[in-house]
Design a protein around this ligand. Structure first.
Ligand SMILES: NC(=O)c1ccc[n+]([C@@H]2O[C@H](COP(=O)([O-])OP(=O)(O)OC[C@H]3O[C@@H](n4cnc5c(N)ncnc54)[C@H](O)[C@@H]3O)[C@@H](O)[C@H]2O)c1
Length: 434
């Protein structure tokens, strides 16, 4: 395919060289004449292992040319891959002035071609910028309709500097956030030589995958460093601790705990986070990240309360009371906290949980629920059908088994606040907070 690459920096140079190496015909575009000269000579303008050799090879083979003429590049190619910088402003917002300039140039050029051209943004871009800024700018400059007369994609890059070529060739996945099916298919062809799964999703979701990934990477570093600082203060070898920690592929380095849903609870996580924080505080080890965990969790419960208040109905059923499926453990369950808060606000609550039998509760579990919800006996009802039919609002914290049992009782006038993150409760109106 014929592809223009806008911005020959870290991402653009690597993308241009690798795509040319895959057999595509590339035109690199930059505003910096020194960068253009270097690439034209087959030399890398950035320090990146292997890039000099690769650039030399593809330039000599005639598969990578460069220019400062944006319009000529657009008119000669099928795809524009935008790799210009999107730096932060002082307040953290995105500085789009490099991007704006490129978008104006590409939009202006699109006015002069009947060929279907896909504008693909490889730069990291906040969700919303496409709808609020990029599409209006492209449509104004071209006089054409996005998704119809020209294509538009968000296609985030996941490479790391210093291993960029290997990362480009072996990404974890290719994310194509296309406005239209035709653009998605064209972009899939661009990466057809890359052995990675392709996910075709909405443009804003594609932007968000990139931000979620980088936020998580930053979170991991900060987490390891806070655990390391506590270890260091206690005279414990942090390298050993985290080495063992990383061997747990079932819970620690795994998919576990990474699905948006309701707040965590139970007899271990809140208690152990509190104990670790107490130790750190006692020894003057600052742990702002770990200290934010419980407030963040509480906020999530608060978010559910606010959503319930906004619904405006006083008769509410809670489906699920224990802290997760498969257990009757009520200790520090976020659903118990939700119940406590709603009762305090005068709501008429009914609670259903097929895994909780009050007569079987013992020990600390029984003590806890008697202390927090002393009238629990009056609130529990183990007839799901009756609970579902009698309450206009249902808060689902745990899906009953099978979920179809509950679904079968619902009517279009009812509202389900789905805290599980993945329930489907039609014909009732479903509200989600994650
Ligand atoms: N560097 C990374 O490791 C990395 C990894 C993934 C994603 N990203 C994202 O990719 C984007 C690019 O990052 P980078 O590090 O390659 O940036 P960079 O600053 O190294 O390169 C940007 C290039 O764009 C050029 N440019 C500016 N205005 C232009 C215009 N109007 N026309 C043509 N070229 C123009 C600049 O001269 C420069 O060469 C950013 O959004 C970044 O967040 C970067």
């Amino acid at each position: 395919m014929k592809i223009s690459v806008f911005g020959l920096g870290y991402v653009g140079c690597v993308s241009a060289a690798c795509l040319a190496d895959m057999g595509h015909e590339i035109i690199g575009v930059d505003v910096n004449p020194q960068k253009l000269d270097r690439v034209r000579r087959g030399e890398s303008p950035i320090t990146e292992p292997g890039l000099d050799a690769l650039l030399k090879q593809v330039v000599e083979a005639g598969r990578l040319q460069v220019t400062d003429d944006a319009a000529a590049a657009v008119l000669a190619t099928d795809v524009s891959l935008i790799c210009v910088g999107t730096p932060s402003r002082l307040n953290g917002s995105l500085d789009t002035h490099f991007l704006d300039r490129v978008i104006e140039q590409i939009g202006g050029a699109l006015a002069y071609t009947d060929r279907f051209h896909v504008v693909t943004i490889r730069s990291t871009l906040l969700p919303g910028v496409v709808d609020d800024r990029i599409i209006p700018m492209l449509e104004n400059a071209s006089g054409k309709k996005a998704g119809v007369d020209f294509g538009l994609c968000i296609n985030p890059e996941f490479l790391r500097e210093s291993s960029a070529i290997a990362d480009f060739r072996n990404p974890p996945f290719t994310v194509i956030g296309a406005l239209d099916d035709r653009s998605a298919e064209i972009m899939e062809q661009v990466y057809s030589g890359i052995p990675a799964p392709v996910y075709k999703i909405a443009p804003a979701a594609a932007s968000m995958v990139k931000y979620a990934s980088n936020a998580f990477h930053a979170l991991k570093v900060a987490f390891a460093n806070e655990i390391g600082a506590i270890c260091n203060n206690l005279g414990i070898d942090s390298q050993t601790v985290m080495h063992i920690f990383k061997q747990d592929r079932q819970l620690n380095i795994s998919e576990a705990y990474l699905t948006p849903g309701f707040a965590f609870g139970g007899s271990c996580l809140p208690k152990d986070v509190r104990a670790l924080l107490y130790t750190a505080k006692h020894r003057d080890v600052g742990t702002p990240l770990l200290s934010a965990i419980l407030p963040s969790n509480d906020l999530h419960i608060q978010r559910a309360v606010e959503r319930i208040i906004a619904i405006g109905q006083r008769n509410v059923a809670l489906i699920g009371l224990s802290f997760k499926s498969g257990t009757d453990d009520l200790r520090e369950s976020p659903m118990v906290r939700l119940a406590e808060t709603l009762i305090g606000k005068g709501y008429r609550l009914t609670i259903y949980d097929e895994e909780v039998s009050l007569s079987n509760l013992m020990g600390r579990n029984q003590e806890y629920i008697q202390r927090v919800l002393p009238h629990i006996h009056e609130l529990m009802n183990n007839d799901l059908e009756s609970v579902a039919r009698k309450n206009p609002v249902l808060i689902v914290g745990k899906q009953p088994k099978p979920p179809e049992r509950l679904k079968a009782c619902l009517s279009p006038e009812q509202i389900v606040l789905d805290l599980t993150g993945n329930g489907v409760w039609s014909p009732a109106e479903t509200i989600k907070i994650v």
